[in-house]
Design a protein around this ligand. Structure first.
Ligand SMILES: [Cu+2]
Length: 509
């Protein structure tokens, strides 16, 4: 598939341009950030205050939770609530309070899992993946959930019929019959639990067919910190959740807002043949909006593979995992690893240094999975403000004419790695293309898109543009005349629709 050349291109191009920039200002990148002190030897062993043995002492664990309560009282207002929740890839700092009150309601909504692919999903907290819960061993979690699958939610309509749902927290030790029971639309379940073990745990809907509920989007992560905290200090913390989608066009080729609607493909699901394998709910998740990092920083990723049916071979191009804590527990430590193998519902905390300026590609090294969208970027060139945008829905307005809509998809898959389309605010390798029809004639654009190489050799304006872009030439895109005409038409549509430029992912989930 065509997803692979993109990261490579972006990677090479970014490294190249940054190498030039660095050479120009004579900087070195060897300095390490002050806050990322080297991990201490004591990381290997338990500190005297909490000997390893007592960490797992059953006497200190909560093994007698109180019964769950199911009522017909319905939550209204936000679908997710609680200071322990993070709704993006950025993990919010731990709330110090020992009691965490959390609400995650279930909804049915249309999400965008790839450019032009609207999927009829089921959610926790009205997003896919659901919000990440951040707690500590010994905290009291007071959880509640209303099944709101019968309510209309903001966004495009045409969602699935209301149905039973439930929640299963892998971080808990409780009776599944009691706490994980299914509730009907309009019902609310409440229960409490105390996480006994540190780790990065999956939560998901357990209502039969569980496979369908997970594949429809009902999952998320719980990060449980050790009671005494982690043994290392880091500069950045991100949550990466890998999952598969199995989709087919909706019956009768139904559309939402002019874009084809997709529904679950039961046959592909049972045969474990996904159509999309993604990070944080989106095809090429975080390619369009890389997560920011800086040279010399120590980065911690909380990586969870929710499956439902595939294994992930998680790797970051350009660095080595200094520490891997399998399942997110520092007692399960590996050093100096290139990849970490995660079965369905396995997780790991990985920590590594960012050696120098560049774009570091996160990838499932099972490359068939990566080609379905399981790639993302950590980049020293990323603008911070975009970083928190990664969850779907990033659905931007789509032109109604079919050829222009097609061109938008093409732009998103082929050009977005290097170009923004947001009116001067998009800092990428190439120029922001909003307004391009005002500064170039259609003929110039046609000749440029046909062969940037020829233009750079012959056209003075093209030569000037190349100079402005640190002599980094735009590669030939091998576009047909029809595709070129469509792209030019799309640029005209963007320039004549003030509300249109949302292609850099402004929409918040
Ligand atoms: Cu469910």
């Amino acid at each position: 598939m065509k997803a692979i050349p993109l990261p490579r291109l972006a990677f090479r191009a970014t490294s190249f341009i940054l190498a030039l920039l660095l050479a120009a200002c004579g900087e070195t990148v060897a300095t390490s950030s002050a806050s990322s002190g080297p991990p201490t030897a004591s990381a290997q062993t338990a500190s005297p205050a909490s000997p390893a043995a007592s960490r797992y002492d059953p006497a200190k664990m909560d093994l007698k939770p109180v019964p769950a309560k199911v009522t017909s009282e319905r939550h209204s207002g936000p679908y997710a609530e609680g200071s322990a929740l993070s709704t993006t890839a950025v993990l919010k700092p731990l709330d110090p309070s020992p009691v965490k009150t959390i609400r995650l309601d279930t909804t049915h909504k249309i999400i965008e899992i790839a450019p032009g692919v609207r999927f009829s999903a089921w959610t926790f907290g009205d997003q896919v993946p659901g919000p990440t819960v951040h707690v500590r061993v010994g905290d009291r979690i007071k959880f509640s959930m209303t099944n709101r699958s019968d309510e209309p939610v903001p966004g495009p309509k045409m969602t699935a019929a209301p149905m039973m749902h439930s929640i299963d927290f892998h971080a808990a030790m409780v009776s599944p019959e009691d706490k994980y029971r299914s509730i009907a639309p309009g019902q609310t379940i409440e229960f409490e639990f105390t996480p006994n073990y540190p780790g990065v745990y999956m939560y998901h809907c357990g209502t039969p067919m569980t496979l369908e509920h997970i594949a429809s989007g009902m999952y998320g992560a719980v990060v449980v910190e050790p009671r005494e905290g982690y043994p290392t200090k880091v500069d950045r913390e991100y949550v990466i959740i890998q999952s598969e989608f199995y989709v087919k066009p909706a019956p009768g080729n139904a559309k939402v807002e002019g874009v084809p609607l997709y529904v679950l493909d039961g046959e592909r699901l049972r045969n474990a043949q996904p159509t999309h394998t993604v990070f944080n709910g989106v095809h090429n998740g975080m390619m369009r909006n890389p997560l920011p990092v800086k040279p010399g920083e120590r980065v911690r990723l909380y990586v969870l593979n929710v499956g439902p049916s595939k294994t992930s071979s998680f790797h970051v191009v350009g660095t080595i995992f200094d520490r891997v804590w399998f399942e997110g527990n520092p007692d399960n430590q590996f050093r100096g690893m290139q990849t970490v193998l995660l079965g369905s519902s396995n997780s790991a905390i990985v920590e590594f240094m960012i050696p120098e300026e560049g774009s570091y590609v996160m990838v499932d090294h099972h490359f068939a999975n990566a080609s379905q969208g399981a790639v993302g970027l950590l980049s020293t060139g990323a603008a911070g403000e975009n970083a928190t945008e990664h969850h779907n829905i990033a659905a931007s307005p789509t032109p109604s004419a079919p050829d222009t809509a097609q061109a938008k998809l093409q732009f998103e898959s082929k050009c977005l790695a290097c170009h923004a389309l947001v009116g001067g605010r998009g800092k990428k390798i190439g120029p922001d293309l909003a307004g391009v029809t005002k500064r170039r004639t259609d003929d110039w654009l046609r000749r440029w898109l046909k062969s940037p190489e020829d233009m750079l050799a012959s056209d003075p304006d093209a030569k000037a543009l190349l100079k402005e872009h640190n002599n980094l030439p735009m590669p030939n895109q091998n576009l047909s005349d029809k595709e070129i005409a469509g792209l030019i038409k799309y640029f005209h549509w963007v320039d004549s629709n003030p509300a249109a430029p949302a292609t850099e992912g402004k929409a918040k989930s």
